[in-house]
Design a protein around this ligand. Structure first.
Ligand SMILES: Cc1cc2nc3c(=O)[nH]c(=O)nc-3n(C[C@H](O)[C@H](O)[C@H](O)COP(=O)(O)O)c2cc1C
Length: 317
């Protein structure tokens, strides 16, 4: 690992320097006033860890099983669009040698694109040498063009995404695939129960990295509610604001089976392509390993709810 990049924010700082402003803004920003964007990160500071000691933590096993697959750690890469703006190899660098589909994630929080003010101010659009290759028909082309006061992406999403998507479509999808279906973007217990009743294999508690509806809670703050509502009937994962190994540990303690990261991967990609992505993942893995050891957890199964407590602000007043 290179000398100066010792935490995720070091990667972000370097990425900010190498990326064109409009690209960095597109990756970094959230919707509207970005209150939820800040809160996603701040939420982790509202929970503290209660370590146990004298437990022989000479060996710490980070592996977990997820939807029938064994993973070396409970950390996964979330879907983030348009990675070739960060590095010429884009998604290929992020996913290298792990090709093949093991599950289908359905993003359920994006019938329309959230208002991302920086993208509007920057009249954000793809650079001329790139295109959306999955949806490249003429009517859906998203490239250079005149988008008026809007971001090019908002115009593209309005054409490409069907806002009539509803629960019956989950039933339809499940009829057409043998792969596990996971809904991404659930933020409350009621929808979580509904998802279970529609037969999903997993729920990803997510607010889309705070890029859709500003003013929704931080994902960490609703994780408990979703986990309790689901009662073990399907896996629960979370993403949003995860920047440290201790963040991953707190999410696991609150019941997440695994945790996803979006922006940190983009910062690694912008810094050094595949190597940068690997560095970010290794960094978080080592941070998690240390956090678990210092908390007295020798395996992920030993991470329990009693490891975290919510800061009580009233008692400090
Ligand atoms: C630049 C960018 C593009 C994204 N594109 C998508 C997308 O196409 N589909 C999707 O479901 N989520 C998308 N997301 C949301 C991520 O999957 C994930 O929920 C979010 O980034 C997690 O928060 P974090 O960035 O704080 O880790 C995107 C996020 C970012 C930052």
């Amino acid at each position: 690992m290179s000398g100066q990049r010792v935490c995720v924010s070091d990667f972000e700082e370097e990425a900010r320097k190498v990326l064109p402003k409009a690209v960095y803004d597109y990756y970094r920003s959230g919707a509207d006033e970005q209150n939820t964007l800040a809160d996603n990160v701040a939420a982790f500071k509202r929970w503290y860890l209660v370590p146990r000691v004298l437990r022989d933590v000479s060996v710490v096993d980070l592996s977990v099983s997820m939807l029938g697959q064994r993973l070396s750690m409970p950390l996964c890469v979330a879907a983030t669009a348009m990675q070739r703006m960060a590095h010429p190899e884009g998604e290929t660098a992020t996913a290298r040698e792990e090709a093949g589909y093991k599950a289908i994630f359905v993003t359920v929080d994006t019938p329309y694109l959230g208002r991302r003010l920086d993208d509007m101010r920057n009249s954000f659009q793809l650079p001329p040498h790139l295109s959306m290759s999955n949806f490249s028909t003429a009517s859906l082309a998203f490239s250079e063009g005149n988008y008026g006061n809007d971001s090019g992406l908002a115009v593209y999403v309005a054409k490409a995404i069907d806002p009539t998507l509803c629960w019956d479509d989950i039933t339809w999808l499940k009829k057409h695939t043998i792969l596990p279906v996971i809904v991404k973007g659930i933020l409350n217990g009621e929808d979580a129960v509904k998802a279970v009743n529609y037969g999903v294999s997993g729920i990803l508690v997510s607010n889309h990295g705070a890029r859709q509806l500003d003013g929704v809670p931080a994902t960490l703050d609703v994780l408990d509610e979703v986990v309790k509502a689901v009662q073990g009937r399907c896996d629960v994962y979370m993403d949003g604001g995860v920047r440290r190994g201790t963040d991953i540990l707190k999410a696991l303690a609150l019941g997440a089976k695994a945790v996803f990261i979006g922006r940190p991967v983009l910062w690694g990609l912008a810094c050094q392509g595949e190597k940068g992505v690997t560095e970010v993942l290794e960094l978080l893995k080592e941070e998690l390993r240390l956090a678990m050891a210092l908390s007295g957890c020798r395996s992920v199964s030993e991470v329990s709810r009693s490891l975290v407590r919510k800061l009580d602000f009233t008692s400090r007043m």
